[in-house]
Design a protein around this ligand. Sequence first.
Ligand code: BG6
Length: 465
Amino acid sequence: MQGFDFILFGATGDLAMRKIFPSLYQAYIDGFLPSGRIIATSRSAFNTAQFIEELSSKSKIHIKNCIDKKWEEFTCGISYLSINLNDEKDFNALKEKIGNKSQNIVIYFSISPEFFMQACKNLALVGLNQAEVKIILEKPLGMDLRSCQTINNEIAKYYDEKQIYRIDHYLGKESIQNLLILRAFNPVFASLWNREYISYIEISVFETLGVESRGEFYDNTGALRDMVQNHILQILALVAMKIPSNLDAESIRRAKLELLKTLKPLDDENIAKNVIRAQYIKSGNFKGYLTEDNIKENSQTETFVGIKAELLDDNWKDVPFYIRTGKRMADSFAQIVIHFKSKESLKSHCNKLIICLQPDNQISLNLNVKKNGKTMEYEEKDLILNLNNASIMQPYERLILDAIEGNQASFNHKEELEVAWAWVDPILENWKERKTPLYSYPAGSLGPKESFELIKRDGYEWHSF
Ligand code: BG6
């Protein structure tokens, strides 16, 4: 892999300390990080030694089995520069520090999107937008379609789409990358992967965590923007898209985009029927959402979303996709369940393919087999493929290395995000005008009863775990 300069905006922030530096360290330990320089920047007036001290106190705790000597070696390659993103002069200093020889510059924006445009403008002023420069943008990219388009259009004034890496860390997860392989290289599934053989598909992402210390951010965001617009729609796209004959970045991104474009638009009538929003309330030792820190009084922000989505795609006509995600749930897991149709004569004997994305990376095929003994009765058993591996690469490590290498396959094209926002926008609008109720669910439960009714109404049920 070619050398690099990695510049991090927002180097003292929470994400940098929890994920970005630990991932860079891990890449270094794994021997994947080519020789290069890391330039940490933020507004704080540190010198390099002070920054490394801060980094060691806040970041090392997030690294499993950190080896002090290796950490020291790793941090020797880090220098610090204080930058005010609004100040042109500071960008001259950055340019000077990088020099003119670098052929591979990766700039990671771990900052709030409201600063993206100014930072891009100032980087361009000092020439840090040449072809050898790549920028990584953290989510959320906008609050709705309009703000996302504004950011994309402004950034496009300075950077070509080929230089822009919009991160969705779910796309860096081993289990999610495996979806592509599972679908592309198993003809047995490929031939069954359509409306003729599949009755419905579930995608669930549950977290036991509440909003923790992110109350202010979360209260302005909510589960629909935080999880559905990006992570869950990306999973849905990977599950339902046509597998391109070439698995290169452009073909994968185009296939996801084409699929997302087929999401059936939602109007108010549809939203009233097919979209559930809810908020957790106090239960047992858990606080209710409204009494968490930094939450507005009487906040209407949803911590749970359930949706019945449909695709206007011949392959998926009449196949509902039920999606749900929530905070403060009974358990933490993410899973996709493909429910295969049964023959008319065997009405209740369906097979399920359960793709567990986390905490375990596991695939199971639910089969009916004969019960032991002198009987012709049968029972359900799972054929289980356990793909867990202690050395699984973490998403940020993989994605940072991909960006350094110039591989955009696991990053979002701007159109993917815009199409996803276009689908989500009417729901946001509907909720803003309070046209549909905000339901509640006890903290630590499986979500509101309405999410069970959503699926039961069609004669189906959520796979229980
Ligand atoms: C982030 C959301 O994008 O994903 C968080 O902002 C959420 O609210 C997190 O907790 C979930 O990621 P993971 O990898 O823990 O499933």
